[in-house]
Design a protein. Structure first.
Length: 366
């Protein structure tokens, strides 16, 4: 790559990427044609399939790849995702077991694998990603070893010798659950890249009658908000499991919003509005929704499950588990006051009692 994801001094949020990483949609884009596009989706989980179906019924040519051959066979035959039973997969939507095929000849590539598989998937795809490719990441999380966000992980992997040049790397975020997108309920997404002009151009490729699209250049703020909100949703789930009511949950979530804003302002200052939907909205839906896997994970722990048994019980990854460790690693150097994130970390990684930990936390909230 010949353009960096970060310029100037270190942000202090995770490690700096090496010079020469993929651009965050920084290059000029002249294609304003919003007609039929060829789109490759890497990942056939709930979010990947909900987006694939949305893009397909909007008139685009969509192909989905999964690392699991049996999953490709099942989805191709049944045309229903087991975790999205109310969504019918259109006959026009194509599947493939070949990562080369899904990356070839596409206007847009969409990475929709869990955060723990983003690096390995990028490494597999790298030989087949062409120069100048638009690549959209929808995974939310951090890499524990490097403390990179997901766009940083992708950029770092693509920057290795022989990787494509001029890749336009985009983050897609917002208060959305796959289950509602699959049912065509009105939802709001934010396209995040280096320039607002290119964000708008890319937004036109995914906007539909039930998907409104916002735009932002705050790539680090929005990615970190998407990491932190999963931690706070686990805290909410733990509290619900312990029997706390709506009054306390309102206090807990509002303090979570303040803690999120405090962390971002002290680690990567910017003129951002954390009340916007990509920040506060994402926190609210993840904390309150019945579809939130992080809330569900916390709920199980609050009801007495061990961390391991809760993980085994869930069929999907709770990204907040990994996020809690990553944020605490960063905060050991930054020293931000984060009592909620600390409580979640203590419960998940140090074996602290959920009831005792939340009880202590109640005296720290405003």
């Amino acid at each position: 790559m010949d353009v960096t994801t970060r310029t100037g001094q270190s942000t202090g949020m995770g490690a700096n990427l090496p010079p020469g990483t993929a651009a965050l949609c920084g290059a000029d884009t002249e294609d304003t044609n919003v007609t039929k596009k060829k789109i490759g989706v890497l990942g056939a989980g709930t979010w990947g399939m909900a987006l694939a179906r949305m893009l397909c019924v909007s008139g685009n040519e969509v192909q989905v790849w999964s690392a699991l051959p049996a999953e490709v066979d099942s989805l191709s035959a049944a045309r229903v995702h087991p975790n999205l039973p109310g969504m019918k997969i259109p006959a026009e939507l194509q599947f493939t077991k070949s990562i080369e095929e899904v990356c070839t000849g596409k206007d847009v590539l969409l990475f929709a694998v869990p955060s723990v598989f983003v690096r390995s998937t990028t490494a597999k795809a790298r030989p087949y990603i062409p120069d100048g490719q638009i690549l959209v990441d929808v995974a939310k999380g951090m890499e524990p070893d490097t403390l990179y966000t997901m766009t940083e992980v992708i950029a770092d992997e693509l920057n290795r010798e022989g990787g494509p040049k001029g890749v336009k790397l985009v983050a897609l975020s917002g208060p959305t659950h796959a289950e509602e997108v699959a049912l065509e309920r009105l939802s709001y997404l934010t396209v995040v890249c280096k320039t607002l002009e290119n964000s708008r151009i890319l937004g036109d490729k995914i906007r539909t009658d039930y998907i409104n699209v916002g735009h932002s250049t705050d790539i680090y703020g929005i990615e970190y908000a998407s990491v932190l909100k999963n931690i706070y949703a686990i805290a909410v789930g733990i509290a619900v499991g312990l029997g706390y009511g709506d009054n306390f949950l309102a206090v807990l979530i509002s303090n979570g919003a303040m803690e999120m804003s405090r962390f971002m302002s002290q680690t990567y200052p910017s003129n951002r509005n954390t009340f916007a939907s990509a920040y506060l909205g994402d926190l609210l839906v993840t904390s309150y929704s019945q579809f939130s896997r992080n809330r569900r994970f916390g709920l199980m722990i609050g009801k007495g499950y061990s961390v391991h048994s809760a993980q085994m019980e869930m069929s999907m990854v709770a990204e907040g588990y990994y996020a809690a460790e990553c944020i605490m690693k960063i905060n050991r150097q930054r020293g931000v006051d984060m009592p909620i994130a600390r409580m979640v970390y203590d419960v998940l990684y140090d074996g602290a009692s959920p009831s005792v930990s939340v009880g202590r936390l109640t005296g720290r909230l405003l």
